[in-house]
Design a protein around this ligand. Structure first.
Ligand code: ADP
Ligand code: MG
Length: 729
């Protein structure tokens, strides 16, 4: 009866305070557990509703619940939310003034406060401990508990002192919560909090509605834009490693017509807040961010999460991708992978202690295996967090939807298991592979492993192949990780049985990402001299241009400039919009001249079965300098060109070059007000005629032509601008 009553009371409170009609997943059983005074350990994926597991019990108990949480920004957020529910929740951290602290203490001692959020740093202060000792504390919650473990991805040294701090308040029940804990991290947390006996509640980590995909990091910008076009108007997050990259990608997206805003710790707090709010309020669709963004963000309809750079750990990756599809609908998680990114990440660790470096390296290695593996992504992720995935095909990851070719792996797995067994289950992946391949290194010698029957059984297969087999044996649970000794692999029961009575096992080869190159290399490639465009198509476009020019009685360059044709021969535009976004083209030109070109490209693409990048025209934002915009504005206001040059502190010649550039990249400029001043109508007509009939728009040739002997270079250039603006744009 007591239980039933409690259940009703809980459900009532849930409805009354939070407005929810039912508990989710493990919430209820967890809440009852902490209410019964038991130490409780909760592992629940992001977004599943961990906060409620301590918020609700806090309201059911006398006194105040202490919530230890690592991020000050999150604290404020949660406190605001609770206050909005009419719950007296407060926080104690370094942002409070003396007066605020005094008031807070008074309220806590009066028993008015139900939830007190504290940063571990603040808890560490003598005076705060002394004061909290006097307060009636109901229990302690430790949110983001993975921060305790140095084996995880978010280690915070202050977290390791939590146990000794809270022990000073007497014997209180503790609830620790996290969204990411591998079995190793889980054990570490429990040991550190001395709550090995705690009741552990693990919710399934499977996020059925998320699609996982890894692609080689190659022409990443193009791929990204194509991907985003397929998700146009939807909410999403693009994670980048560095602030610089965040800025760069956000700008790239804006220039290409997406509503995107940057977010990183280097931005002013108010800009950061605004961008975050704009994203939450759907003023912008895409937030481009470092991992500083997202903890505690609760936007239900994030439709995609892109990792532009490889994340530092699978824990981080899983948490970040977990922000997609919280409402249960579609969520596409795309990661761009290159080995080079791993090298970069490894370099960041060079100043860390040996132990930290080693931990970070192991996390990176897991990242590498995950990315390159042919095994169902979901199975791998769940396995990583200690959960077995029951199905063979999840139908919602790249490896399941586009399975890699399989081969009979029975003999290979046998060899791997033999290697583990014969080395007494005391070694890790690299050594096992060395044994199998018959490598002669110091370890092999010192352990005498060349005497083993399995030594050198690996034949001609490469180390990478064998590593992959070991990994697959692990993921399919023929092997298991030794929790106490990081990196060490042991036989599982399933593995032992298999060795006695083998059955056929199918394996697949890893993805080959050796061709993935990252941006820097890409851009140096672009500036190289080799032709990156489709030469054949380019020649065909030129022929067509000549024909159209003849028909219209215009010089060819008026139709399209060479750089525009080169771009078309790179991006294969087949719609008007695509063609209009080619540099130097614009919709006006497309409508005037585009039809035949579009048809030609369409035919060409079909005949050659080209996988077009049509929808992807990566416009770079480099040329849109302030000077250009200034010039366009001044010309609109009909300011004398001399004056513009002067106010910009550039020569007249430089100004003309800028104007020409503007013109060539497709913007119309009306210089009549100025030209009419410096050239009479007759002269204008003569020069105009010349360009109309000339094969080229080269100024050198114009100067060399006797028709123009009375004209200066400047005059010719001015008229060329007029001409191009009127005809070409
Ligand atoms: P976590 O900390 O596990 O990432 P949160 O505690 O921030 O997740 O909760 C995520 C979202 O789920 C919040 O919007 C919260 O209000 C909502 N939520 C939690 N429990 C319930 C419930 N029982 N019914 C409906 N919504 C819930
Ligand atoms: Mg949370």
């Amino acid at each position: 009866m007591v239980v039933a009553e409690q259940k009703d009371a809980l459900a009532e409170k849930l409805k009354e305070v939070f407005g929810y009609t039912s508990f989710r997943g493990n919430q209820e059983i967890v809440i009852k557990n902490i209410l019964s005074g038991r130490n409780t350990f909760v592992i629940m994926p992001t977004g599943a509703g961990k906060s409620l597991c301590y918020q609700l019990p806090a309201l059911m108990r006398d006194g105040l619940a202490i919530v230890i949480s690592p991020l000050i920004a999150l604290m404020k957020n949660q406190v605001d939310q609770m206050n909005a529910y009419g719950v007296n929740a407060r926080f104690l951290n370094s942002t409070l003034s003396k007066a605020e602290i005094t008031r807070l203490r008074k309220d806590c001692l009066n028993g008015e406060v139900k939830l007190l959020y504290v940063a571990p740093e603040s808890l560490n202060k003598e005076e705060n401990i002394a004061f909290l000792k006097k307060v009636n504390v109901s229990f302690v919650a430790i949110d983001e508990a993975h921060c305790i473990s140095e084996w995880g991805h978010d280690f915070r040294p202050e977290y390791r002192r939590i146990k000794s701090m809270i022990a000073q308040f007497g014997k209180l029940p503790v609830i620790a919560l996290t969204a990411t804990a591998t079995p190793k991290v889980q054990l570490d947390i429990q040991k550190n909090l001395q709550m090995e006996e705690a009741d552990v509640f693990v919710s399934s980590f499977n996020r059925k509605n998320l699609y996982y995909e890894v692609r080689p990091k190659k022409e990443t910008k193009k791929q990204l834009i194509r991907f985003l076009k397929d998700h146009k108007g939807k909410s999403g997050i693009v994670y980048c490693l560095s602030r610089k990259k965040v800025e760069e990608v956000a700008q790239l997206l804006n220039v290409n017509g997406f509503k995107a805003a940057p977010y990183h710790a280097g931005l002013d707090a108010d800009v950061r807040m605004k961008n975050q709010d704009d994203f939450l309020n759907e003023e912008v669709d895409i937030i481009v961010a470092t991992i500083a963004f997202g903890m505690g963000i609760d936007k239900p309809d994030v439709r995609f999460v892109v990792h532009y750079d490889v994340p530092k750990s699978l824990e981080g990756y899983y948490q970040e991708t977990g922000r997609a599809g919280r409402d249960g609908l579609e969520g596409h998680c795309l990661m761009f992978y290159s080995h080079n990114d791993l090298n970069k990440l490894e370099k960041f660790n060079k100043d860390k202690s040996v132990q930290e470096r080693e931990n970070a390296r192991i996390l990176l290695q897991e990242m590498e295996f995950y990315s390159e593996s042919p095994v169902c992504r979901r199975r791998q992720l769940l396995h990583y967090f200690g959960e077995e995935y029951g199905q063979n095909n999840c139908e919602s990851c790249d490896n399941c939807v586009h399975p890699r070719e399989r081969f009979d792996g029975t003999e290979y797995v046998k060899i791997v298991l033999e290697a583990v067994k014969q080395t007494n289950e005391r070694f890790g992946l690299n050594h096992l592979v060395n044994v199998i391949r018959g490598v002669e290194d110091e370890y092999i010698k010192s352990y005498g492993h060349f005497d083993l029957a399995v030594y050198g059984k690996g034949g001609s297969e490469e180390a990478d192949f064998w590593k992959s087999v070991v990994r697959q044996a692990l993921i399919y649970q023929y092997l298991e990780k030794d929790i106490d000794n990081i990196g060490v692999l042991r036989m599982s029961e399933k593995g032992k049985k298999f060795l006695v009575k083998p059955h056929p096992i199918e394996l697949a080869r890893d993805h080959d990402f050796t061709t993935a190159i990252d941006e820097e290399e890409e851009s140096s490639e672009r500036t190289g001299t080799s032709k990156s465009y489709d030469v054949k198509l380019f020649e065909m476009l030129k022929v067509l241009r000549r024909k159209v020019a003849k028909e219209k009685n215009l010089p060819p360059y008026v139709i399209f400039q060479d750089p525009s044709l080169e771009e078309m021969a790179t991006t294969y535009p087949i719609t008007k919009e695509d063609m209009a976004s080619v540099n130097g083209v614009g919709m006006g030109k497309v409508n005037k001249f585009g039809k035949e070109f579009l048809e030609l490209i369409q035919r060409y693409v079909e005949e050659n079965e080209i996988e077009t990048a049509t929808e992807v025209v990566v416009k770079s934002s480099v040329n849109k300098s302030k000077t250009k915009i200034f010039i366009i504005q001044q010309i609109d206001r009909k300011i004398d060109l001399e004056e513009i040059a002067e106010s910009r502190a550039i020569s007249f010649d430089e100004l003309l070059s800028e104007i020409e550039n503007i013109c060539y990249s497709g913007t119309k400029l009306n210089l009549d007000y100025y030209i009419d001043e410096v050239l009479d109508a007759e002269k204008q007509e003569l020069i105009y005629d010349y360009f109309l009939n000339s094969e080229t728009d080269s100024i050198e040739e114009a100067l060399a032509n006797e028709a123009n002997e009375d004209f200066s270079e400047e005059e010719l250039r001015l008229m060329r601008i007029k001409f191009l603006s009127e005809y070409a744009n």
